[in-house]
Design a protein around this ligand. Structure first.
Ligand SMILES: Nc1ncnc2c1ncn2[C@@H]1O[C@H](COP(=O)(O)OP(=O)(O)O)[C@@H](O)[C@H]1O
Ligand SMILES: O=C(O)[C@H](O)[C@@H](O)[C@H](O)[C@H](O)COP(=O)(O)O
Length: 181
C-alpha cells in the first residue's frame, strides 16, 4: 500500500532557507508546517543566543520531542486532502540525527523524507547578517558548517537528499523538492 501520510523534513544550517522553503511546501501541498526551532528548550535558545553552539546532548531530546510532535500532528490536525503532509524545518546537521529520525519512524506507515538545503558559506553569512531580530546570529554559522554532514548517495536510497540552493529563488527550490517527492 502506498503511504498517504508524508512527513517531510527540511534541514540545513541556520540561514539556508528552511523556514522559507518549508512554508512554501506546506502551502503547495495543503499540509501543515512545523517550525522545529519552536521546540528547542529555553536552555538551547539561550545557548545559541549567547553564541554557544549546541552539542549532541542538547539536540537529542529536542529531536525526539520534535518527531513526536510531528507524528501526532497527523491525528491532531485537520487536512483537506487524502494525501496528508506535515513539513518540518529542523537543522538535522549530522547523519546520526537523520538516522535517529528514520529509526523513530521505522515501524510506522508514515513516509519520511528529508531534504538538506545547502549553499555557500559566504552567501548564507550575508543573509544572516541581514536577518534582523533572530536569536541566531551570523557568528554561529562557522559552528553550523563544522557540524554539517551533507547526505551522500547511501542516504538518497533511504529518502534523504541534498538540495543546492545557490542563486535559486525559493519557488525554484520548492519545485525541485516537489519533483523529488
Ligand atoms: N532561496 C533564497 N534566496 C534568497 N533569499 C532567501 C532564500 N531562502 C531564504 N532566503 C532569505 O534568507 C533568510 C534566512 O531564511 P530562513 O528561511 O529564515 O532560513 P532558516 O530557516 O534556514 O534559518 C531570510 O531572510 C529569507 O528571506
Ligand atoms: O541544531 C542546531 O544547531 C539548531 O537547530 C540550528 O541549526 C538552528 O538553525 C537554530 O535553531 C537557528 O534557527 P534558524 O535555523 O531559523 O536560523
Amino acid at each position: 500500500m502506498t503511504p498517504s501520510d508524508h512527513l517531510i523534513f527540511i534541514g540545513g544550517p541556520s540561514g539556508t532557507g528552511k523556514t522559507t522553503i518549508a512554508t512554501l511546501l506546506a502551502q503547495r501541498l495543503n499540509g501543515h508546517y512545523i517550525e522545529g526551532d519552536e521546540y528547542h528548550p529555553k536552555a538551547n535558545i539561550d545557548k545559541m543566543a549567547n553564541g554557544i553552539p549546541l552539542t549532541d546532548e542538547d539536540r537529542w531530546p529536542w529531536l525526539k520531542k520534535l518527531n513526536q510532535v510531528a507524528v501526532s500532528s497527523f491525528s491532531d490536525m485537520k487536512f483537506e486532502t487524502d494525501e496528508r503532509y506535515i513539513i518540518v524545518s529542523c537543522s538535522l546537521l549530522k547523519k546520526k540525527y537523520r538516522d535517529f529520525i528514520r529509526e523513530q519512524n521505522r515501524e510506522s506507515p508514515i513516509s519520511v523524507k528529508m531534504f538538506m538545503l545547502y549553499d555557500d558559506f559566504d552567501q548564507i553569512y550575508m543573509r544572516m547578517t541581514n536577518r534582523k531580530g533572530h536569536y541566531m546570529k551570523a557568528g554561529m554559522l562557522k559552528s553550523q558548517f563544522a557540524d554539517l554532514e551533507l547526505p551522500k548517495d547511501d542516504e538518497a536510497s533511504v529518502g534523504v537528499f541534498k538540495v543546492y540552493c545557490k542563486n535559486k529563488d525559493p519557488s525554484k527550490i520548492e519545485a525541485e523538492i516537489v519533483q523529488a517527492l
